[in-house]
Design a protein around this ligand. Structure first.
Ligand SMILES: C[S@@+](CC[C@H](N)C(=O)[O-])C[C@H]1O[C@@H](n2cnc3c(N)ncnc32)[C@H](O)[C@@H]1O
Length: 206
């Protein structure tokens, strides 16, 4: 479409979600009270719910629970037969999530270093891995990817450069993106959306 002077008029689609997990307001209030500012964005949350809904009876892993906002979005998309394991180093932060979401039998909370958990885990692979902390993303990447089932999804966010990033972080993100995109066993897509995402799906190629 063109405007009065021939220039293109760009209409941006409103891409904010309109449906939210019921527990979100309480989790946000608790996050504010605790000064926790690292929960996922709403748009990322809505994608988590969609991806969780795409794997009925699915096995889902979240690395970095925080206060549980991502957990709540994942649970909101999961069916009754799906199961989520969420791992967090900071017990105090995770307690918020446990208190709000712990009565849901579909979620298991683990309070442990994500790297140690990844090293020691000996169970079945996952249909969806949301790697939202250092281990599984900037360390232990190979192990986290090993745990993605065939056709399963690996998702990371917070990839758009920010002014407050430490000096070497942008280079680490670039390396991570390049490493993921060079893999023969995953198809990846970058999304310059929300905080900057990459979604990778394990394919049968390799
Ligand atoms: C970005 S926040 C997670 C946000 C959450 N996934 C959400 O979507 O709302 C990252 C979390 O990782 C936790 N964390 C930091 N180092 C960790 C480690 N080594 N193992 C597990 N969790 C860790 C932090 O305490 C923080 O709560």
């Amino acid at each position: 479409m063109r405007g009065r002077h021939g220039g293109r008029i760009i209409h941006r689609m409103d891409d904010m979600p309109s449906r939210f997990p019921v527990s979100l307001p309480a989790l946000r209030a608790a996050a504010r009270a605790a000064g926790f500012i690292r929960s996922c964005e709403e748009r990322t949350g809505s994608l988590l719910a969609v991806l969780a809904a795409a794997c009925p009876g699915g096995r889902i892993l979240e690395l970095g629970t925080g206060v549980g906002e991502g957990t709540a979005w994942l649970l909101s998309g999961m069916d009754r037969a799906s199961h989520l394991v969420t791992v967090e180093l900071d017990e105090v932060v995770q307690r918020v999530a446990r208190e709000e979401l712990g009565s849901d039998p579909r979620v298991t909370f683990v309070a442990e270093d994500g790297g140690a958990w990844l090293r020691n885990y000996g169970g079945e692979p996952f249909d969806l891995v949301f790697a939202d902390t250092w281990p599984g993303k900037f360390s232990h990447l190979e192990r986290a990817l090993q745990l993605v089932a065939l056709g399963g999804t690996y998702l990371i966010d917070d990839l758009t450069p920010q002014p407050d990033w430490p000096e070497d972080h942008e280079a680490a993100v670039k390396r991570l993106l390049a490493d993921l995109e060079a893999r023969e066993d995953f198809h990846s897509v970058r999304m310059a959306w929300a905080s900057g995402l990459l979604m990778a799906v394990r394919s049968a190629r390799a």
